[in-house]
Write a protein that binds this ligand. Structure first.
Ligand code: TYD
Length: 134
C-alpha cells in the first residue's frame, strides 16, 4: 500500500509558525473541512471506508494513530506533526485510535458529507474492493 504524506508549507518564526494550506497543497478540490477534538484516549474513530471520498488528515495538535487496510496489507501511521498530513484515498479502510490528550485531527475532504459514500462493514468493504478492482 502506498502511503502519501503531504508536507504543509510553513512560515517559521521564533514567535511561532504558520502552516498554510492553499489549493495547490491538496491534490483535490476542497469541498469540506471538519475536525475531531475532545476525543477520549480509549476511543476508536473511523472504522469505515469511502467509495469516492479523498481525505487529507492533519494533526493540528497532539498525536493519534491511523490504521489503514486495503484488504491485503495493514499499516499503522502515527500522525504527530502539524506540518505533515496523511492522504487517504478511496477504498481504504481506516481506523483512528490512541488520541493523545488535546489532540485535534483536521480533515480536508474532496466531497461534502454523503452517508451513501461510506462502507461501514468490513466484510462489505472486502466484497466492494474485490468487485471494483477487477
Ligand atoms: P463518522 O464519519 O462515522 O466519524 P469518524 O469516522 O470520525 O468516527 O461520522 C460520525 C457521525 O457524524 C455520523 O453520524 C455522520 C456524522 N457526520 C456528518 O453529519 N457530517 C460530517 O461531515 C461528518 C464527518 C460526520
Amino acid at each position: 500500500m502506498e502511503i502519501q504524506i503531504i508536507e504543509i508549507p510553513k512560515i517559521k518564526n521564533t514567535k511561532g509558525n504558520i502552516g498554510v494550506i492553499e489549493m495547490d497543497v491538496v491534490p483535490f478540490d476542497i469541498k469540506r473541512v471538519y475536525y475531531l477534538y475532545d476525543v477520549p484516549s480509549s476511543a476508536k474513530r473511523g472504522g469505515h471506508a469511502h467509495k469516492a471520498l479523498l481525505q487529507l488528515l492533519i494533526p493540528l495538535s497532539g498525536s493519534f494513530d491511523v490504521v489503514l487496510k486495503d484488504g491485503t496489507e495493514k499499516i499503522t501511521i502515527t500522525l504527530n506533526k502539524p506540518d505533515r498530513g496523511l492522504l487517504i484515498k478511496s477504498n481504504i479502510w481506516r481506523e483512528l485510535e490512541n488520541f493523545s490528550s488535546g489532540a485535534v485531527c483536521m480533515v480536508i475532504a474532496s466531497e461534502v458529507y454523503d452517508e451513501d459514500d461510506y462502507i461501514r462493514n468490513y466484510d462489505d468493504f472486502l466484497a466492494y474492493i474485490k468487485t471494483n478492482q477487477q
